[in-house]
Design a protein around this ligand. Structure first.
Ligand SMILES: [Zn+2]
Length: 50
């Protein structure tokens, strides 16, 4: 059975993370393009099955 996955991309630095759809969003982490210890701004780039 195919697993639904979601590719997230940070709209500030372009970092990509792929997560299973039922695993929620990636960890906030630290975005190198923002000043201070700010988290990535994850947006859904695409959804797919694999
Ligand atoms: Zn980022």
């Amino acid at each position: 059975m195919a697993t639904k996955k979601v590719e997230y991309v940070c709209k500030y630095c372009g970092k990509r993370e792929i997560k299973q759809a039922n695993m929620g969003r990636p960890l906030p982490g630290k975005c190198p393009r923002k000043t201070g210890d700010k988290p990535h701004s994850w947006v859904v780039n695409r959804r797919f099955e694999s």
